[in-house]
Design a protein around this ligand. Sequence first.
Ligand SMILES: [Zn+2]
Length: 219
Amino acid sequence: MRLAEQRRELCGIGRRMAASGLVSGASGNISVRHGDLVAVTPGGVMLDRMSAEDCPVVDVAGHLVEGERAPSSETPMHLAIYGCTDAAAIVHTHSTYGTVVATTMTELPPIHYNTLLLGGVIRVAEYATYGTPELAASVRAALEGGRRAALMANHGGVAIGRDLDDAYENARLLEWLCGVYVRAKMVGEPRILTEEELVKVIERGLAPPVLPPREGPVT
Ligand SMILES: [Zn+2]
């Protein structure tokens, strides 16, 4: 089986995503890149009930290399992100607070310094129909400048990482930041960290880990 280890990892992360409430049902999808191949979750399958064999493998052009099931409809977005970043894994969710922010705002203001772990202020990618090249392009633009996460208008969020664990933790951090913001708005007007305050945090050494160089010719 091609990318057997990576496909098993997808199942493990899928179970953790469902258990932690980041996804419900079959909403959301995950992928991991290895060289010029990508293992991705199948469309329409509960993320906590997949087997490794259920997860298809595609090449960077999106052609099915192995697997019985159809790749997630959001595979073009995953491939577009691999094409413009050094990400080795991607987690896409419809997590509650992320979707609340993505439905009401154009960016998530920096209310907590851990925003910097995701590369800075989180942008909300412009709305486009799910699974389309337009949505892929919109998310790609929102991740520019070394962002590790983006929100997707009226849809959800996406996080990238150096491996699946890293992408999953970034997705959890994105949801936590959105949750803090939404709850803070219920209590009062959240204070936004200034540019100067964020620069001081960076000077103390807080920065997202550098993604490893690509192993294969992903273009
Ligand atoms: Zn989605």
